[in-house]
Structures are given as structure tokens and as C-alpha cells.
Design a protein around this ligand. Structure first.
Ligand SMILES: [Zn+2]
Length: 361
């Protein structure tokens, strides 16, 4: 009981320290202070981008634990309270920040328990990252030589504790420009209508779900100048996401071919930029399956109801997996993340801490 209330107090305390993306400094300093003051680790590194790496000696193969320090907006002046159903929530004017401070609080609690009790555990490499919620995550240029672990866990999925993410998508942004020739609306024969190039393109490709693990979306269409002119330019902002790299490349090629054929048919032109914004992963290697099977065993033993799911979101885990560290993203018990209704059940926060204590053995 005493331990649980300490965990909850830590959580309540840290969500009230502002740390919107790019402004994690105070929070990082707070963590360093706790770690040093309580002698929870003697080896702490803050890298150039502001990520914090905390080492703890142990026995066996090292294990990476990962959480992000930043939160989304509105995330300033957060006040957290416990409601009568056993949930921790904000006052409703801000997010709560359980994403990802539930994991941060649990890591601190685990380190405190390891300090107090003799528990045999693996060497730990705990990374607290910055800017996870922004488009340029703190780990995109992370110095991976700081980490010797070949496997790790992060807890950054707003699903019940016990949920195991087995894949996350590769993500490609695509900017397309159709170029035709303008003319007065009354003389369409003299124009090369960019809308007709788009129409041709739309006839050739699918939009939405392309297969069970791939989606394509056109999110923004802009163009034209004035009502009575046939438009010469159209701009499209699109995205392609797939759990399979091969499929992403396949559909990228298909889109390029469709663009080429459509522009050619209308005697127009196009420009297209394909930018792989972040890597994805699929935990289907032998190494990953072994880790997953062990994980499921632990979850079952703890009565945590293991559930495997495919994710359509991106986390720091995408980058660590891309750098050769088999990193499983697990449910953190958080509900309604990035919303004013964000909340977490105290029992889930406790489950998260219990689970981490088991995983490090
Ligand atoms: Zn998160």
C-alpha cells in the first residue's frame, strides 16, 4: 500500500511539471535531481539533443527501457486529481500527460524498489527522450553507441497494460504538383486542365486501404486561381503508410507510374516528392518472436491478459527498431491520450510498474 501511494504521488507530481515538446529541460533537470539525490543511478548522460540516458548495473544481457519526457498541448499548468472511480485525470482544461509520464513514474518507482530490495535484474539502460510528440523526434539522430542493449521495451501505447504491439508502420509523405496550362474557362480547348490530370490519376489508383497493412490518403488538395480560369496547377499532400517496407516501395512505384501516365495522357507534367518520414517495424524475426513469447508468458503469469495488436501510429520504438534494437511497444494503461479527457486508472499505473519489475528480471 505504501509503495503504491508513493508511485501515485510521483505521478501526480511529475505531470504537474510542464514539458511540452521542445521544452523538456525543467523536467529533465527534475529527473536528474531525483536520480542523484536518491542515489538511484550513478551514471547519467544528457546528450546534445536533451535525451537522458540512465544506466544501472545488473546481471545478464542489458535491457533498454524507453519513455518520452514531452507531452502535447494544451499541457501547461496541469493539475491532476484522483476521482472517485480510481482514475487520475486533469481538471479538463489541459491534457493529463499520462502519455508518457505513466511510464516515467513507473521507471522511477522501479529504480526506488531496486534500491530498497535485493532483486536480481539485468543491467538497465533507461532512455528518457525529448520531442517524441513533434515531427522531428529526439531519437531521429540519437547516438546509438550510448546503448549496448539488443532488446528493449517502451510503454507508449494508450491501451490496457498487457497489450503488445507487434508492428508499426513505415510512413511516407508525398507531395504532388500537377502542372498544365491555364486558359479562360470559355476556351477549355486551349488549356491543359490540372483537374483533368488529377481525375485521370484518381481513375488509376485506389485511395484508402490498399491492403490489410497499407493505406494511402490524399489529405489536402489545393489549386486554381480564379473561378473563370481553367487551373494550370494543383497541389496534393498525401501519405502512404504500411507495415511492410516492400509494399510501401511497391505502392510508391505504382503511384509514380500512375502520375506519369496521367500527365502524359493530358500532355501535362507533374512533380512528386516521396519522403520516408520514419521507419516502421514488424516483429516477425526469430529473435523478436522469442522475446514476444517470453513476454506473453510473463503477462499470463501476472494475469494481465496479453493481447497482440498491429499499430498504425509511430513511436520512438520505430527508430530504435530501425537501429537494430528489438524494441516492443506495450500498452501503458493510458486512456484518451492527446485529449482533455485523458486519464489513467491507478490500478493500471500499478500494473505497469509491476510489469516492468518482472521484465527486468
Ligand atoms: Zn506517447
Amino acid at each position: 500500500m505504501h509503495k503504491n501511494s508513493r508511485l501515485v504521488n510521483t505521478f501526480l507530481n511529475i505531470v504537474q511539471i510542464d514539458s511540452p515538446s521542445g521544452e523538456e529541460d525543467n523536467f529533465a533537470k527534475f529527473l536528474i535531481n531525483i536520480l542523484k539525490k536518491e542515489n538511484l543511478s550513478t551514471n547519467i548522460i544528457r546528450d546534445k539533443r536533451g535525451n537522458l540516458v540512465v544506466y544501472l548495473e545488473g546481471e545478464g544481457k542489458p535491457l533498454l527501457l524507453l519513455a518520452h519526457m514531452d507531452t502535447v498541448e494544451p499541457g501547461r499548468g496541469i493539475h491532476a486529481k484522483i476521482n472517485k472511480d480510481g482514475y487520475i485525470e486533469s481538471t479538463g482544461e489541459t491534457i493529463l500527460g499520462a502519455d508518457n509520464k505513466a511510464a516515467v513514474a513507473s521507471f522511477i518507482e522501479v529504480l526506488r524498489i531496486l534500491k530498497e530490495e535485493i532483486i536480481k535484474h539485468r543491467p538497465l539502460e533507461i532512455v528518457f527522450t525529448v520531442n517524441e510528440e513533434s515531427s522531428n523526434p529526439g531519437v531521429s539522430n540519437f547516438d546509438y553507441s550510448l546503448i549496448s542493449s539488443k532488446e528493449g521495451f517502451l510503454f507508449d501505447s494508450a491501451l490496457p497494460v498487457g497489450t503488445v504491439i507487434t508492428a508499426a508502420p513505415f510512413y511516407m509523405s508525398i507531395n504532388i504538383e500537377f502542372v498544365g496550362k491555364e486558359a479562360h474557362a470559355s476556351r477549355p480547348e486551349e488549356a491543359i486542365n490540372a483537374v483533368l490530370i488529377l481525375k485521370e490519376f484518381l481513375n488509376k489508383i485506389e485511395i484508402g486501404r490498399l491492403d490489410f497493412e497499407t493505406t494511402f490518403n490524399i489529405g489536402i488538395i489545393e489549386g486554381g486561381v480564379v473561378r473563370n480560369t481553367v487551373p494550370s496547377h494543383l497541389y496534393l499532400k498525401c501519405e502512404l503508410r504500411s507495415l511492410s517496407y516492400e509494399k510501401m516501395i511497391f505502392y510508391q512505384k505504382l503511384i509514380k507510374e500512375s502520375l506519369t501516365a496521367s500527365a502524359k495522357k493530358l500532355s501535362g507534367r507533374f512533380k512528386a516528392d516521396f519522403i520516408l518520414e520514419n521507419p516502421g517495424y514488424n516483429h516477425n524475426s526469430n529473435g523478436a518472436i522469442t522475446i514476444k513469447n517470453n513476454l506473453i508468458k510473463v503477462l499470463k503469469r501476472m494475469n494481465l491478459n496479453p493481447k497482440e495488436i498491429l499499430s498504425w501510429g509511430v513511436s520512438d520504438g520505430n527508430y530504435f527498431n530501425n537501429n537494430g534494437i528489438i524494441c516492443f511497444n506495450l500498452g501503458d494503461g493510458c486512456e484518451n491520450p492527446h485529449q482533455l479527457r485523458e486519464r489513467i486508472k491507478i490500478s493500471e499505473l500499478e500494473n505497469l510498474t509491476r510489469l516492468i519489475l518482472e521484465l527486468i528480471k
